[in-house]
Write a protein that binds this ligand. Structure first.
Ligand SMILES: C[S@@+](CC[C@H](N)C(=O)[O-])C[C@H]1O[C@@H](n2cnc3c(N)ncnc32)[C@H](O)[C@@H]1O
Length: 349
C-alpha cells in the first residue's frame, strides 16, 4: 500500500529535527517513579536530546517479556525497556524516520554495555506502523506494546489501533502516550501539513479515542497521567480554534474472550520492581501492598488475566461496584489545578 502523503511530510519533518535539533519535549519527571528516573538519567545524552515523546509511560513488570515500541524515535524508551525486560526479554523499536533509527542504532553498544549484556536484547527497524505487512511481525507476537507521541501524527489512526491489537497476545497491554484535543479544529487547518506534523490537528478528541479502543478490541482506557501543551505561537493557536492540547498516558488491554468475572476485593502483594510499597494503576486507583481494594468487574478481569495476575490475591464480591476513573485528561488537569497541584507543560508550540 502506498504511503499517505501526510506520512511523508511527517517523516521529512522528523528527519530534519533529528539533525537540526529544533524541537524539544520535557520528560515528566514528577510523574515517574524514582527508580525509573534513575534509568532515564543513565541514557546516552544524544538519545535524550532527541526525545520527542508526550509522557514517559514505562510499563511495569516486563521482566522476560517481548515488547514493541511503535514509533520509537531515537530509542529512549527501547533502551529503558531493554534494561527492564532483562536478558531473557526482547524489545523491538520501529519508526518511519530513517534519521531517528540511525541515531538510535548509533548508541546500541553504549546501552548494551551500560546494562551489562553480551548480546543486544533490542532491535531497531524503519517501517510504517499503519501498515501491518510493513511491520513484518507475527500476530500475537508481543506481551506489551508502547507508543509515545506517535498516533497524533499518523493519518490512519484506526490502522494503528488494529495493528496494535493484532500484534498483542491475549491479555497484553497497550501503553499509550499521545496528544489529545478538547475541541474540533477548523476544516482548513486539518489539511495543513505543518500543523499536522506538530500534532495539533491529528490529536484525537476523547470520543475518538474511545471509538478506536472499542473498534481495535481494547478495554476502556485507564488514565495514567497527563500534562498540558503550551501555546506560545499565537498565530498557530488562532488557526486551530484555540484548541487546548494535553498529553495523556493510558493503559489499554486486550482482554481475553470469556475473561469476565464479578467485582472483587483485590490485595497487592508488592512484587513489582520499583513499586514495592504502592502500585499506581491510574490517576485514581492505587494499590498499597497488603491493603485490600474493592474493584469493579472490568478491573478485576484485567488484573486476573494479564501479567499482573500473580501480583494480586482475589476475593469475589457479588454486589455491584464502580471503580472511579478519569476518562478525560482535561477534567483531570482542571482538578489538579484546583487542588493546587504542580502542572508542568509537556512541550511548547
Ligand atoms: C513525537 S515523535 C515521538 C518519538 C518517540 N516515541 C519519542 O518518544 O522520542 C513521533 C514519532 O512518530 C514517528 N512516526 C510518525 N508516523 C509514523 C508511522 N506511520 N510509522 C512509524 N513511525 C511513525 C516519527 O518518525 C517520530 O519518530
Amino acid at each position: 500500500m502506498a504511503e499517505h502523503e501526510l506520512t511523508t511530510v511527517v517523516k521529512n519533518f522528523y528527519n530534519d529535527v533529528a539533525i537540526n535539533m529544533n524541537f524539544v519535549c520535557a520528560v515528566n519527571k514528577n510523574q515517574i517513579s524514582q527508580k525509573y528516573n534513575e534509568l532515564i538519567s543513565q541514557l546516552h545524552p544524544e538519545t535524550m536530546k532527541r526525545y520527542y515523546g508526550s509522557g514517559f509511560f514505562i510499563p511495569e513488570k516486563v521482566d522476560g517479556l517481548k515488547v514493541l515500541d511503535m514509533g520509537c524515535g531515537s530509542g529512549s524508551l527501547v533502551y529503558i525497556l531493554s534494561k527492564l525486560v532483562g536478558k531473557d526479554g526482547f524489545v523491538n523499536g520501529v519508526d518511519i524516520t530513517p534519521n531517528l533509527i540511525l541515531e538510535a542504532k548509533k548508541h546500541s553498544n553504549y546501552h548494551k554495555e551500560l546494562w551489562g549484556y553480551t548480546e543486544a536484547n533490542f532491535k531497531f527497524k524503519v517501517c510504517n506502523i499503519e501498515q501491518f505487512d510493513d511491520l513484518g511481525f507475527k500476530e500475537q507476537e508481543f506481551d506489551v506494546i508502547v507508543s509515545n507521541g506517535v498516533i497524533c501524527v499518523c493519518p490512519d489512526q484506526e490502522a494503528v489501533f488494529k495493528n496494535a491489537n493484532r500484534l498483542l497476545k491475549d491479555g497484553g497491554e497497550f501503553c499509550l502516550s499521545d496528544v489529545y484535543a478538547d475541541r474540533p479544529r477548523p476544516a482548513e487547518a486539518m489539511s495543513d501539513s505543518r500543523l499536522f506534523s506538530l500534532g495539533t490537528t491529528g490529536s484525537m478528541l476523547m470520543e475518538e479515542l474511545n471509538r478506536l479502543c472499542e473498534l481495535g478490541g481494547f478495554s476502556k482506557p485507564y488514565l495514567k497521567g497527563a500534562a498540558p501543551v503550551e501555546f506560545k505561537n499565537m498565530e498557530i493557536h488562532e488557526s486551530v480554534n484555540k484548541v487546548q492540547l494535553a498529553c495523556a498516558e493510558w493503559r489499554l488491554f486486550k482482554i481475553p474472550a470469556g475473561a469476565r468475572r464479578s467485582a472483587a476485593e483485590v490485595t497487592y502483594n508488592g512484587n513489582i520492581f520499583g513499586f514495592e510499597d504502592t502500585f499506581n494503576w491510574d490517576v485514581t486507583t492505587e494499590f498499597k501492598t497488603g491493603q485490600p481494594v474493592t474493584v469493579d468487574a472490568e478491573l478485576a478481569s484485567i488484573l486476573s488475566t494479564t501479567r499482573f495476575r500473580d501480583s494480586f490475591s482475589f476475593k469475589d464480591i457479588n454486589t455491584p461496584v464502580t471503580t472511579p476513573r478519569f476518562q478525560n485528561p482535561f477534567t483531570y488537569l482542571d482538578e489538579l489545578r484546583t487542588r493546587g497541584g504542580e502542572v508542568e507543560y509537556a512541550y511548547t508550540i
